[in-house]
Design a binder for this molecule. Structure first.
Ligand code: OAD
Length: 247
């Protein structure tokens, strides 16, 4: 039995309570407790599948049917996933802080489902499709007319509205994320390996601009050296404790 009861450092609690502007960057680790696979762990998606085949424009243009099927498979897993305590605690933090921006690399929509509102989806959303040719947006579920991938009115192929390797992030979303990071007094980096750019630079930008940097992860990451507080363990446990302190 785990006899270790986690508690937040007193100094951290004081700093968290005195801040007015906060921001968070989340990654796949936050959704792991909802049963969704991460990308780089032992059981991670990129251990079993090749990102360049399934999450790149070249891969899509070479085998659009396979890429579409892979995303249909992921969507079938995501369809039943529910937000966990970590997602819900982040939604509560948004109520506590007068300014709170949630920047997420996740495409699963679970932060919305948990009630967070001010969300920047850096890597897009699996909950939408868009035409690869003309950019027209479509809902997640499109009529099955027997073609994989389905086609847009313009004849172009539909794809999930996510950012693939080698593609730029939406400039307006990235700008808003930089702004939130540079203005934050507290910045949380939660459940991300902090390996994918430009997301991984946001916590460092926040710190350079004077934010207290709090990292929550099962294990140290390349960001940990810069964290003022590294909280080792599950996102749901630490975020739950933080939420209780702030309520
Ligand atoms: P990764 O799979 O790279 O990292 C997940 C992190 O979560 C790891 O550092 C784990 O230690 C940590 N972790 C796992 N379970 C956790 C838990 N219960 N509580 C706290 N931490 C936990 O996922 P991301 O960092 O999100 O990009 O990956 C970033 C991007 O790489 C993704 O958005 C995706 C991927 O390629 C695109 O699709 C564009």
């Amino acid at each position: 039995m785990d006899m270790l009861v986690k508690s937040l450092p007193a100094e951290l609690v004081v700093r968290l309570k005195s801040a007015r502007r906060a921001a968070a960057l989340t990654g796949a680790g936050v959704s792991a407790e909802s049963g969704l696979p991460t990308f780089r762990g032992d059981e991670g998606l990129w251990k079993k599948y090749k990102a360049e085949d399934l999450a790149s424009v070249d891969g899509f243009l070479q085998k659009p049917d396979i890429v579409w099927e892979w995303y249909e498979y992921r969507r079938s897993i995501y369809a039943n996933a529910q937000p966990n305590l970590g997602h819900r605690a982040l939604a509560e933090l948004e109520k506590f802080y007068p300014e709170f921006t949630l920047v997420t690399q996740n495409t699963d929509g679970l932060h919305f489902a948990a009630g967070s509102e001010n969300i920047l989806e850096l890597h897009g959303s699996l909950r939408r499709n868009r035409c690869h040719s003309c950019g027209q947006l479509y809902p997640e579920k499109v009529p099955d007319e027997g073609r994989k991938p389905p086609r847009c009115g313009c004849g172009g192929m539909l794809r999930p509205d996510v950012v693939w390797f080698g593609e730029p992030l939406a400039p307006s979303i990235l700008d808003a994320a930089w702004r939130a990071a540079s203005q934050a007094e507290v910045f949380f980096s939660v459940g991300t390996s902090a390996l994918v750019q430009p997301a991984a630079s946001l916590p460092l930008a926040a710190k350079r601009n004077g934010a207290l940097l709090v990292e929550i992860n099962l294990e140290p990451t390349p960001l940990s050296f810069a964290a003022d507080f590294f909280l080792e363990g599950k996102a749901s446990e630490w975020l739950g404790l933080i939420k209780e302190e702030l309520q």
